[in-house]
Design a protein around this ligand. Sequence first.
Ligand code: CDP
Length: 227
Amino acid sequence: MKDIIIAIDGPAGSGKSTTARLVAQKLGYIYIDTGAMYRAITLAFLKSGLEFNEKNICKLIEKITISLNYTPQGQITLLNGEDVTEAIRTNEVTNLVSPVSAIHCVRNKMVSQQQMMGKNGGVVMDGRDIGTVVFPNAQLKIFLIASIETRAKRRQLELLQKGVNLTYDQIKKQIIERDIYDSTREISPLKKADDAIEIDTTNLTIQEQTNLIISLAQKKILEINNE
Ligand code: CDP
């Protein structure tokens, strides 16, 4: 059986990570959350106490290692071997991750690492530029969207479950700012690949959107293995 690469892109709160994880579980594929890698660099930068500029960040990323480990409980993010899975989800990291991700050297390093991680297929990779830059030849590309109101509500619930109490308006503002940053940056902006299938998840449950992508993936896997 030949395994495929599934790219899932979209803005914050569109349901990428939950869906990608469940799709990977069902297919027996590895789920790769590329946002966690950009978050880990942002955390390393915050810990360094350095002034925010391109030169400092490019120097810093030469000295750090970011890796992802896969356990039955999910993806673990390691920064210099230390488990930072929880630490990369703070509001401080979220507020700075988009500017850090827009820097050339950061993208070059992360994109090549992601290409290595997915080169043998059998992966569901989620992010902003997977279908456009990391794997433009991915056999299945999904672009998830949802209304800003739905995305902000989803994120608020997710944060509340982690004990983070931000207002709906604060979250909505943060998401809008990140959307603008991510989709207008010079390199690898967030945008739908021409051959991606767009799914609006505003009125879909996680189960519905997961089932939809699983059936698209199964069709694609059959097609490729019958070629
Ligand atoms: O989960 P959420 O949608 O909040 O974001 P994430 O997937 O953890 O990604 C955090 C940030 O990393 C995004 O807002 C982007 O700025 C950046 N990112 C990126 O530039 N390219 C990717 N492939 C993945 C994330």
